[in-house]
Structures are given as C-alpha cells and as structure tokens.
Ligand binder design. Structure first.
Ligand code: NDP
Length: 331
C-alpha cells in the first residue's frame, strides 16, 4: 500500500517514513517546498519510486491536501508546529487545527482507497498540571491548557499555547470522524507520545538547529543545561514503529493511544551518559542514580499501547548511547 506522511521532513516523520519503507510500504511525503524535500530524496534514494514527494505549501488553506490524498491507502498526519516561541497562540493553533481538519476533509472527499488515518497528537492533549503526583491515561483530556489560552491569550504560558494547539487539533479530529462516520471509508487512530527523544535522521544543520525535543536532550547532555525536573519520554524509533503498527493493527482503529516508555528526570540521562564517552568526549559523565529521588508529578499509563501495538520500548540506556554517538559524529 501507499501511505501519505504529512510534515515528512520533521524529526518524528522522517523516522516514520523510513520505518514504512522498511516494512515494504510506498510513501508519499508532503513537505512545504521542494527545498525541504531534497534531504529526503537523498536519504531514501535506494527505495527508488517507492518514495515520492508532494508539495503542500500551506496546510491551513482549504483543500490543501486534496491532490496529496488521491490514491493513497492510509495517512500519517504529523505536521504541526512544536515550539515555544509563539506570541499569538493562533500561530500554533491555526496550523494544528486547520491542518488536521483539512487533511481529514481531503481524505473524506478524495481518499476513496483510504482505510486508516493516524494523527500524531501528544500527551500535551492528555495532561493536567497539578501540585501532587498523578498517573494519567487515555481517558484524560487537557481542557486546562485550552482554558488558560482562552482566558489569557498572548499572556498564556508558552507550554499552554502548544498544549492547547495539540488538544484542539485532536479534539477536532475525533469530532470530524463522529460527524462524518457514514461518509468515510476509513477510521482514525491517534498517537499520544510524551517527549520524543533519540537520534535524528532529518536535516539538522547544527546542534542549535535541532527540533525542540532533541535539543532539550542535547542541552542536558552536552551543556548540562535544563537539568532540573523531567518528564516522560519515548524513543523516536519506537514512536515511528507505533505509527506503522497503528496502520496494521485492526484494534488501533477508533483509539487514542499513549506511547510512553516511562518517566525520567534530566539527571537520569546524564547518568546513562556515563557509559561510553571516551576521554576526548565533551559529553560529560553524569552521576549514576542522581535522579532516583525525583518526584514525577506526571506519569502516563502505557498498557493500552503495549497491548494493541505490541512494541518493546527502548531503554534510556540504549537511547542515550545512540544519541551520544550522534553528537560525537557531529562534533
Ligand atoms: P519538527 O519540528 O521536527 O517537525 C514538525 C513538522 O511539522 C515539520 O515537517 C514542519 O514543517 C511541520 N510544520 C510545523 N509547522 C507547520 C505549519 N505551520 N505548516 C505546515 N507544516 C508545519 O517536530 P516533531 O517531529 O517533534 O513533531 C512532529 C509531530 O509530533 C507534531 O505533531 C508534534 O506536535 C508531535 N509531538 C512531538 C513530540 C516531541 O517531543 N518531539 C512530543 C509529542 C508530540 P517545516 O519544516 O516546513 O516547518
């Protein structure tokens, strides 16, 4: 089958494309400009015509994906802004919501052969900020971020603006399939990952140009910055495999699924970085066990994802070793 991947040049998406190709799918990668597709064409050259590009200059425009969806069997919709620099929350919310609803609308109208659409949401659409530790699951929704942005607008926190964009986009997707259930040939599966970490294969000019999540880990390991606190995480390769399994497993249809390897404190990553670095490495050793007393305010259940998708998630130790290799290669 052929799969349309939106935002194909992004950190997560390039791994999704690669995993799809490895599993024998043909892939149509949607990017904003021919320039943004060059690296992909080179990276996947060995797959010949099993990889093709489609240019979608503005995902917020009505009908933006009308041509892109024609002839594909499934969609992986990953395109959405992930950064904390927005002043006006609409900078994040518009492309998140309109991009999601737009691709679903194009699939409804022109995606006659489509069987499943997978949307990359986030635990940003699940979480709630609370003063005491909590363990959340797929029944939780982040109305809190939407309320904050509605009340405060530009004055809302950067985190709330991003979280509201993911929450509103995911809710819009579920509303869409409910509204049009009698008119569509496909069902929806939503991936809700926490912080995505691990090696990069997308185009990264320098460490400073890393995408938001990979940069956080880089700064923690290489610069010893941002070492307080922590979160939950998943390796980008496991998340990519989850996106592919979500197409293959019947039971993934109609489900939102948390894809979570577990909780970390930034100190833990430093501890695991103590395994390989040679004396010449600038990636400093951490202190093993330094994060063990961390209180994790937010954790997520991951049983549903493991049951439906059947993936054994990578350990922090393996992911840390792989990213350090990458940093050392980049120099
Ligand atoms: P990247 O920034 O690496 O990729 C984002 C992708 O979305 C790029 O292809 C980008 O295109 C595209 N995009 C962003 N804004 C727009 C816009 N306004 N119009 C069109 N395309 C746009 O981020 P990630 O790979 O990390 O994120 C991929 C998805 O995963 C997102 O939906 C994100 O919310 C979600 N996610 C990521 C997590 C993480 O920790 N990384 C955690 C949870 C969810 P361009 O290069 O042209 O800007």
């Amino acid at each position: 089958g052929k799969v349309l991947v939106s935002g194909a040049n992004g950190y997560v998406a390039v791994w999704v494309v690669r995993t799809l190709l490895e599993e024998g799918y043909s892939v149509r990668g949607a990017v904003r400009s021919p320039d943004k597709g060059k690296h992909l064409t080179e990276l996947f050259a060995s797959y010949g015509d099993k990889f093709e590009l489609v240019i979608v200059p503005d995902i917020t425009k009505e009908g933006a994906f009308d041509e892109a969806v024609k002839g594909v069997d499934a969609i992986e919709h990953t395109a959405s802004p992930y950064h904390f620099q927005a002043d006006d929350p609409a900078e994040l919310i518009e492309p998140a919501v309109k991009g999601t609803v737009g691709i679903l609308e194009s699939a409804r109208k022109y995606g006659k052969s489509i069987k499943r659409v997978v949307v990359t949401s986030s635990t940003a659409a699940v979480l709630n900020v609370a003063p005491t530790p909590q363990i959340l699951d797929e029944s939780n929704w982040n109305d809190q971020a939407v309320e904050e942005v509605t009340e405060k607008g530009r004055a809302a926190s950067a985190a709330a603006k991003y979280r509201a964009s993911k929450m509103l986009a995911e809710r819009a997707a579920w509303d869409f399939v409910k509204k049009y259930k009698d008119e569509i040939s496909w069902d929806l599966s939503v991936m809700n990952p926490p912080l995505v970490l691990g090696p990069t294969i997308h185009e990264v000019a320098s460490a400073d140009a890393l995408n938001t999540s990979a940069r956080m880990l880089h700064d923690a390991l290489a610069k010893a910055e941002g070492l307080t606190g922590g979160g939950c995480w998943i390796d980008v390769r496991d998340l990519a495999l989850a996106h592919v399994r979500a197409l293959q497993k019947e039971e993934a249809g109609g489900e939102r699924i948390i894809i979570n390897a577990g909780a970390f404190s930034w100190q833990d990553w430093r501890a695991y970085s103590s395994t390989p670095p040679p004396a010449s490495s600038k990636y400093q050793k951490g202190t093993p066990g330094a994060g063990k007393d961390a209180v994790h305010l937010l954790q997520y259940k991951n049983e549903k994802g493991i049951r439906i998708l059947g993936i054994q998630y990578r350990s922090m130790e393996d992911t840390a070793a792989d990213v350090i290799k990458e940093y050392e290669a980049r120099g």
